[in-house]
Every structure is written in structure tokens, then in C-alpha cells.
Design a binder for this molecule. Structure first.
Ligand SMILES: Cc1cc2nc3c(=O)[nH]c(=O)nc-3n(C[C@H](O)[C@H](O)[C@H](O)COP(=O)(O)OP(=O)(O)OC[C@H]3O[C@@H](n4cnc5c(N)ncnc54)[C@H](O)[C@@H]3O)c2cc1C
Length: 389
């Protein structure tokens, strides 16, 4: 059986790993010219953690963890506005959680895949047509591939989804924010923040700086805006949106990359009732984006790849398997998306009052046993969709 996966991000790489292991001939095409190390720090737990354990990756993932002990919220003047103790947070998940950079996860998946599935960079899918129960796929270099299964693992703005399911709207639910992240070097700032993530929080905008392995720093920015479109010049948009947030923010903004290395996107969810159409199916953000408001996008991507591969292994046509995969994943993803929309006000308060309320709530977490308060939130996430087989 032959599969073509479009997108060598988290979902695409994980799926390629499983399909190759199950005896499929897999082709992976990726529009970027090489591996991408942009992206922010992610907490990786729940179903994705379980799926990664089955891939034998826990050791490699442990090795890429970021050295962060706590997140400290401050205002522009540097005054404390609450903190989160990461060790306490890990206890909420019984230690089954990793914190690492998205790009490092991509690298671990690439290494696990080795050269068994070559990645064809600088390519995308230009057209898809039905072909004897499978798909005839025209790639952007003009080559045509006939496969039993085409998978769109090409992220939130998926081209495969557009080709197979029609225009993006109204599937894309914009959550009112833009987000950006980048890596930079600033030894002075690195020494100042040590093993803390420092988040400068103001109404409707937040800029967080934290250390990453190798002595570098990362910045993660998120701000509210009614504009659902991407700016022509993300760099200028960032300089305007985060001006006047105090010295830590100014240091970080001074290091904003001018060429590559900057991730910038809208914060949005994808709500799609059908994830497969004939021999075409979607995996990861292309069908199930929960957004950073919910977190767990990478974890869900790894889990979704596992569930799709598992269903393909269990027999029937690829279309039947993809339908079973969708039935298993969809309720879980919808619940996660709803939870994400509810936590948006917590993650990015709109007002000074909201920031104060968050600071008070964070103080409760600092009390002995306080992180138990997070259990109700963590609980549903730990209901595993990855059942032992
Ligand atoms: C460089 C990068 C940085 C990110 N940083 C953040 C972040 O800071 N915060 C956050 O919340 N989420 C971020 N994300 C999204 C996050 O990785 C996903 O939510 C999650 O990991 C789900 O993974 P995915 O594989 O479904 O999608 P993604 O990780 O987005 O991977 C999609 C892959 O498909 C490729 N691709 C896209 N379009 C095409 C196309 N037309 N043809 C071929 N290939 C294509 C992309 O280059 C990428 O490699 C980032 C994604 C990328 C690619």
C-alpha cells in the first residue's frame, strides 16, 4: 500500500513513522526547504505522551526538556503578578509530562524516522483526483503520484484540506489573537532570568521570555486583535503591538529576527465534521487544531497519527479506517476545543482586573496541595484515546 503525506510537521512525521513500520510505502512532502526550529515551548502530556511511549521516544523527549523551574508573571514595571511552579504542575500529571520546544520535538521525530522515509522538501500538493479507489496526486514540481491514501498533515492552513474539502471558511474559528515566537541570544538577560520563564502581562497582550537548551532564550508573544488576517509585515506588526511593555520586553524585541526564524500565525481552531473524503484524510492541526488557548496541539497531533495508523492496521479500506479514526478522535477534540475557548480569558486577560484575578488564583496554587486544584482540568485530558491494544 502506498501513502503520500503532505506536511512533515509533528503529525506528518509521527504518521510516517507508524505507516513505514506497518509496511506502507510512504512519501513525505514538505513545503519548507528544511527542518524548522521555530515555535514556542510546549507541554506534552496525555494521549500524545502515551503514543510517544509506544514509539519508544520517552528517553529522547526527556533529553530535550527545557530547564524551566517556574513561570513568573510581571507587569511592565517588573512587579510580580503571580507565578506557576513547574514541578507542582508536573505532579498534577503524575510526572507524565514533558516541556520542550516544538522544533526539538520535530527533530526527535525526524531522527526516529531516519532515512527510511525520505522527506522531499520544497514541495506541495497542487491537485488531487480520484483514481481507481485511490488518489492521483500532482505535486508542485509536476510529478504525479498514484497512492492508496493521501494525508493532509499540513497544519492549520492546510492546502490538502482546501483541495479536497473546499474553501477554509467557515471551518476556521478565529479566537481573536495573533501569536509569535522566536529564538535569540542575550547572555545578560539569560543570566538575569535564570531558570524562570518571565511573562510580561498587560491587558490583551503578553510577552514571555524563557531559557532553552544551549543557553539561548526564546520569546513567545500573544496579543488580541480583531483582525483575522495575517499582516504583510509580521515584524512591524509585532513592534507596534508590544511597544512600551518595559525593559524585558524591549530586550526581547531588540532581538526580533529580520529574516527567517520567526513564527507568526493567527490563533484559531479548525472545526470540521468530516476529516476524510474518499482516499484523502487529514491529521493534526489540518482537521483538529485546538489552538494554543487549549494547548496540547502537538500532543494531539502525535495521538491522532497513532490512532489513524492503528485503524489502518485494523483493516477495511483506507476510507473505512479513516472514518473509524475520525469517530474516535472527534468527540475528544471537540471537548478540548470547547475547554480552550473557556480558558482564553485566563491565558490572556483583557483587563487589569483580569490580570489581578489571575494573580490571586495563582496564589492558591502555591498553597500546600494547591496544584490539586488543577486536577479537574487535567483529569479529562488524561482520559486516554490511546487504548492498549
Ligand atoms: C514552524 C512552526 C512553528 C510553530 N510554532 C507554534 C507556536 O509557537 N505556537 C503554537 O501554538 N503552535 C505552533 N505551531 C503549530 C503546532 O506545531 C501545531 O499546533 C501542532 O504541533 C500540530 O502539528 P501539525 O503537524 O498538525 O502541524 P504543524 O506543526 O503546523 O506542521 C505542518 C507542517 O506542514 C507544512 N506545510 C504547511 N503547508 C504545507 C503545504 N501546502 N505543503 C506542504 N507542506 C506544508 C509545514 O511547513 C509544517 O512542517 C507551529 C508550527 C510550525 C510549522
Amino acid at each position: 500500500m502506498r501513502a503520500l503525506i503532505c506536511g512533515a510537521g509533528i503529525a506528518g512525521l509521527a504518521l510516517a513513522w507508524w505507516l513505514e513500520r506497518d509496511g506502507w510505502q510512504v512519501q513525505l512532502v514538505e513545503q519548507a526547504d528544511g527542518p524548522r526550529d521555530e515555535g514556542y515551548m510546549i507541554d506534552f502530556f496525555g494521549s500524545g505522551y502515551n503514543a510517544a511511549a509506544r514509539m519508544g521516544l520517552l528517553g529522547a523527549l526527556n533529553a530535550i526538556q527545557t530547564p524551566i523551574k517556574e513561570v513568573r508573571y510581571v507587569d511592565a514595571a517588573g512587579k510580580g503578578r503571580g507565578r506557576i511552579d513547574y514541578a507542582g504542575l508536573a505532579a498534577t500529571f503524575d510526572g507524565r509530562v514533558f516541556t520542550f520546544m516544538r522544533g526539538d520535538l520535530e527533530q526527535v521525530l525526524r531522527q526516529a524516522l531516519g532515512d527510511r522515509v525520505p522527506i522531499r522538501h520544497g514541495l506541495t500538493v497542487d491537485a488531487v483526483a480520484d483514481h481507481h479507489g485511490g488518489a492521483e496526486v500532482t505535486l508542485s514540481d509536476g510529478t504525479v503520484e498514484q497512492v492508496h491514501l493521501l494525508v493532509g498533515a499540513d497544519g492549520i492552513h492546510s492546502r490538502v484540506r482546501r483541495l479536497a474539502f473546499g474553501p477554509q471558511q467557515p471551518l476556521l474559528r478565529y479566537l481573536g489573537c495573533h501569536s509569535a515566537s522566536y529564538l535569540f541570544d542575550d547572555p545578560h538577560l539569560a543570566a538575569r532570568i535564570g531558570q524562570c520563564a518571565v511573562a510580561v502581562a498587560e491587558p490583551g497582550r503578553q510577552l514571555q521570555v524563557y531559557p532553552v537548551p544551549g543557553g539561548r532564550l526564546a520569546a513567545w508573544l500573544v496579543h488580541r486583535t480583531p483582525d483575522a488576517g495575517l499582516p504583510d509585515d509580521p515584524r512591524s506588526a509585532i513592534m507596534a503591538a508590544y511597544a512600551g511593555m518595559g525593559p524585558i520586553a524591549d530586550h526581547a524585541l531588540a532581538q526580533l529576527p529580520s529574516g527567517g526564524g520567526l513564527y507568526y500565525d493567527i490563533v484559531a481552531q479548525i472545526e470540521l465534521d468530516r476529516w476524510c473524503r474518499g482516499p484523502v484524510t487529514l491529521v493534526g492541526d489540518s482537521c483538529q487544531s485546538v489552538s494554543l488557548m487549549a494547548g496540547q496541539g502537538a500532543s494531539l497531533a502525535v495521538a491522532g497519527a497513532y490512532v489513524l495508523a492503528q485503524e489502518l492496521r485494523h483493516g477495511g479500506t483506507p476510507t473505512e479506517a479513516a472514518q473509524r479514526y475520525q469517530r474516535r478522535m472527534l468527540p475528544f477534540v471537540r471537548a478540548k476545543q470547547r475547554a480552550g475557548r473557556r480558558t482564553a480569558a485566563w491565558l490572556l486577560p483583557r483587563s487589569h482586573t483580569g490580570i489581578t484575578v489571575r494573580a490571586k488564583a495563582l496564589r492558591l496554587l502555591d498553597l500546600p496541595g494547591g496544584t490539586q486544584l488543577l486536577r479537574p482540568a487535567a483529569g479529562p485530558l488524561r482520559v486516554s484515546i490511546v487504548t492498549p491494544d
